[in-house]
Design a protein around this ligand. Structure first.
Ligand code: UDP
Length: 244
């Protein structure tokens, strides 16, 4: 039975990394294709303006609290999630906990060459992990059938979709019924991190909730979008005060 918390109308799982791994492990033994997304404050805010995204998130099998903003929101709403479970940490943990020769991964997304570079680094760093295939994230709708076939033919059990939000969530929702994988996970810029084309914030910043500042410094083009962070907090405080 899922334990979730309602954050601005979206049911986010109140779950620790360890428990999340156990749930994912169980999914791998089932027939159904499960969906997992890693919403941060920006995505939860985008979902306020995009009913389709909101519905997709609420229909997911697991939504982990990715980011200090979501964790803080859960505290303000007096239903604190046990910890932050970021997409990158979840994927890394899955490499050490789940695989070891089973459950091949397919990497879909990022610029040409990035998924392949990520695959090489993953295989080197996590011996035993099998990468069944890669495909960059720049394609037209007419190429989708062929991509689905490629993923299904690869025998992958876990599909990591790194197309950016909300593209990846919408892509998964649209195609999940045609996929034979056991798990589809939206993982944002994770492949860039594994490939070394994007840096992760230093550990002290990640732990103290200032990851957003690092991203702003690295990618100033995000400034406008990041205004959603204070907007998100304001909405959460208002929900707490007015019980909405
Ligand atoms: N991306 C992709 N296809 C696209 C647009 C983006 O594969 O059509 C990839 C991009 O190369 C990057 C990841 O999605 O690896 C995240 O992109 P971005 O930083 O623009 O998205 P956000 O951080 O907002 O989720």
């Amino acid at each position: 039975m899922r334990k979730t918390i309602d954050i601005l109308g979206i049911q986010v799982d109140s779950i620790e990394m360890q428990e999340a791994m156990e749930v994912i492990n169980n999914w791998l033994t089932e027939k159904k294709t499960h969906t997992l997304y890693t919403p941060n404050a920006e995505i939860l805010m985008a979902a306020q303006r995009d009913p389709e995204l909101k519905e997709i998130l609420n229909n997911a099998d697991m939504l982990v609290a990715d980011g200090a903003g979501v964790v803080l929101a859960s505290k303000i709403l007096q239903r604190p999630v046990p910890e932050k479970v970021s997409g990158i940490d979840l994927v890394k943990k899955s490499f050490t906990r789940l695989s070891k020769g089973r459950n091949p991964y397919f990497l879909l997304g990022s610029k040409p060459g990035v998924a392949e570079a990520a695959a090489v680094n993953i295989i080197n760093e996590y011996p035993g992990v099998i990468i069944a295939g890669c495909r960059n994230g720049y394609f037209t709708e007419s190429e989708e059938d062929e991509i689905i076939e490629q993923i299904n033919a690869s025998g992958a059990a876990i599909l990591l979709v790194a197309l950016g939000a909300p593209r990846q969530e919408k892509w998964i929702a649209r195609n999940k019924d045609r996929l034979k994988v056991k798990i589809c996970a939206g993982v944002g810029g994770t492949l860039d991190v594994f490939a070394g084309t994007a840096a992760l914030a230093p550990e002290f910043m990640r732990r103290s909730g200032f990851e957003w500042l690092f991203r702003l410094y690295k990618e100033p083009r995000r400034a406008k979008r990041m205004l959603d962070l204070p907007r998100f907090m304001a909405r959460v405080i208002s929900a707490r005060l007015h019980g909405g």
